[in-house]
Design a protein around this ligand. Structure first.
Ligand SMILES: Nc1nc2c(ncn2[C@@H]2O[C@H](COP(=O)(O)OP(=O)(O)OP(=O)(O)O)[C@@H](O)[C@H]2O)c(=O)[nH]1
Ligand SMILES: [Mg+2]
Length: 428
């Protein structure tokens, strides 16, 4: 049906998806569904999906001989342009598969990088994508030449802007150095903004969540921010911060940023660190979950996993189960990581008041906590305190007066002062 409509548009690339289900990785089906969505976002149409069950990924060819044959037949049958593997391939796997199958082979990482390349709009975003692509390429160079030379066109060959992507090792290194410098400059500006924010006491709420959960829709609903919201993965790449005033005059800053996804490429995390880390400088985290998605649990898991990887400490979390208008099951929605959970529809404005109240409450709890904070100069006792953070948490639970203690950089935070303590915990 699309053919007539896309007459003048760029020809859609025809792709076949391949994944491996291993002992520790059994959600390959969902992962391939997601890869199909990523493909759509990248402008490709998926014609077939192939899953191989294996103990582990084949080290030389990703999938086994029989499966390669199967994929090859599918490629011929559908006249496919490209085969997309669901895991990051080694240079050897690339070359071998490519040789066997005879059409372009790419992996999930290249697909995600390609989408990021298409979507980056600010100079920081563009530099971050380019850095990620360059680093990926540098680690996949074979015989001193980028594998791009054989990719032809389409997915995997696009960069931010119209940069020439095919480069040799030396050029890539030079370019990496240049891009890193540029990026450092751009990020200095962000630091300045952050410092300014610290000077003014308006609390910052970071909106985090899986890609397509409805983060931008929520920010738009709250503040009319005009952030692009789309039923596509990675609609948002650049952080947007907007002020919101509650009816009682209380103010909060909301930051919407790039969404998370399973198997988020390592190079992307590195390059996008400063963007992804927005949550690190927030006073509270608003975790938006698409509860109409059957894959919700795995998505939530990915979000907490990513937050951990980014070392975003134990901030107060409000989880908003979004798209409640589409959610039909009646069972309760739980999130053990969250301090509070609410149900909302960002699109239709349900539950927003309650959500704001919950955020305001966790922020207040945090404020009380900060007033009681035991703070230490950097280097004074961080190791002892770090250890103590864990001990305390257990100890308090045993006493039945549960108190949350955690370390955020050089500070020890206690949620409540222990009863009748005459000595500081570490003096005992
Ligand atoms: N039915 C329904 N759809 C919603 C709701 N909230 C968001 N959506 C839709 O979900 C899709 C994704 O919304 P976005 O706001 O772009 O999601 P996001 O989390 O910002 O996604 P990324 O920027 O890609 O990470 C859009 O098509 C929205 O219209 C909701 O409450 N109900
Ligand atoms: Mg968004």
């Amino acid at each position: 049906m699309g053919d007539m409509m896309h007459d003048t548009a760029e020809q859609e690339e025809k792709i076949i998806l391949v994944g491996v289900a291993t002992a520790e990785n059994d959600d390959t089906e969902q992962s391939l569904d997601e890869l199909e969505e990523l493909g759509q976002t990248a402008g490709a149409v998926t014609l077939a999906k192939v899953i191989q069950n294996r103990e582990k990924v084949h080290s030389a060819t990703y999938i086994g001989k029989g499966k390669i044959q199967e994929v090859k037949e599918l490629v011929e049958k559908y006249d496919a342009d490209c085969v997309v593997c669901d895991d990051e391939l080694t240079p050897a796997q690339y070359n071998n598969l490519q040789e066997e199958i005879g059409v372009k082979v790419i992996d999930r990482t290249v697909m995600i990088l390609d989408i990021f390349a298409k979507r980056a709009s600010t100079s920081e975003g563009k530099l971050q994508v380019e850095l990620a692509q360059l680093r990926y390429r540098a680690s996949h160079l074979v015989g001193g030449r980028s594998e791009l030379s054989r990719l032809g066109g389409g997915i995997g060959t696009r960069g931010p802007g119209e940069q020439k992507l095919e480069m040799d090792r030396r050029l890539i290194r030079e370019r990496i150095t240049f891009v890193r410098k540029e990026l450092a400059q751009v990020q200095k500006n962000r630091e300045v903004t952050r410092k300014k924010r610290q000077e003014n006491p308006i609390p910052v709420v970071a909106i985090v969540g899986y890609t397509n959960a409805g983060k931008s829709t929520l920010l738009n609903h709250l503040t009319g921010a005009g952030v692009l919201s789309e039923d596509k993965l990675f609609a948002t790449l650049d952080p947007t911060t907007r002020k919101f005033s509650l009816e009682n005059g209380e103010e909060m800053l909301f930051t919407d940023t790039v969404g998370f996804i399973r198997k988020l490429p390592h190079h992307l995390i590195q390059a996008f660190r400063s963007t992804l880390e927005e949550a690190k400088y927030a006073d509270a985290i608003l975790h938006v979950v698409d509860c109409s998605n059957p894959d919700m649990d795995a998505q939530m898991h990915t979000v907490y996993d990513t937050l951990n990887r980014l070392e975003v400490g134990d901030k107060p979390i409000v989880t908003a189960f979004n798209k409640i208008d589409r959610y039909e099951a009646s069972e309760s929605l739980k999130d053990l990581h969250a301090d509070k959970t609410v149900r909302i529809s960002a699109k239709y404005g349900q539950g927003i008041e309650e959500m704001l109240e919950s955020i305001s409450n966790v922020l207040k709890a945090n404020k009380v906590l900060l007033e009681k904070v035991f703070s230490y100069e950097e280097g004074e006792k961080p190791n002892l305190l770090r250890k103590y953070g864990q001990v305390l948490e257990e100890e308090y639970q045993n006493e039945g007066v549960y108190m949350k203690a955690y370390i955020d950089r050089e500070y020890l935070y206690l949620f409540e002062e222990p009863k009748e303590r005459t000595k500081e915990p570490w003096e005992e």
